[in-house]
Design a protein around this ligand. Structure first.
Ligand SMILES: [Zn+2]
Length: 114
């Protein structure tokens, strides 16, 4: 039977006011990391709370660079979101797997000695 067990606890700090006109998510992360550094400097001046440590947790998800949908592949490893991703996958496969060349044989000195 499935049941819910508490295995970890974390504190969430809301620091959205530290973000001003972020260009994108990477810029938002950069501004939040700076805000956390400044907050640590502030904490250092308040000895009773100087054990507090904050960190910025960045969550990444794979998305398609063509259509922006979450990256998913079928059982054969082929993307399922859009034709451009499928085409890209097919052309990458052709580059990764060049036409089979005959096995090269280099005479081995050790073999000659036997
Ligand atoms: Zn796509």
């Amino acid at each position: 039977m499935k049941h819910k067990v508490l295995v970890d606890v974390e504190v969430m700090a809301e620091m959205d006011r530290a973000v001003n006109g972020a260009k994108d998510m990477a810029d938002r992360a950069k501004q939040l990391r700076r805000a956390v550094r400044e907050f640590h400097d502030f904490i250092k001046d308040h000895r009773s709370m100087d054990w507090v440590s904050l960190d910025v947790r960045e969550v990444y998800k794979d998305r398609c660079s063509h259509c922006g949908y979450e990256w998913e592949v079928d059982d054969a490893g082929v993307p399922v979101c859009c034709q451009k991703a499928i085409d890209e996958h097919e052309s990458a496969k052709n580059v990764a797997l060049p036409a089979p060349s005959p096995p090269s044989y280099s005479p081995s000195r050790e073999g000659d000695e036997l």
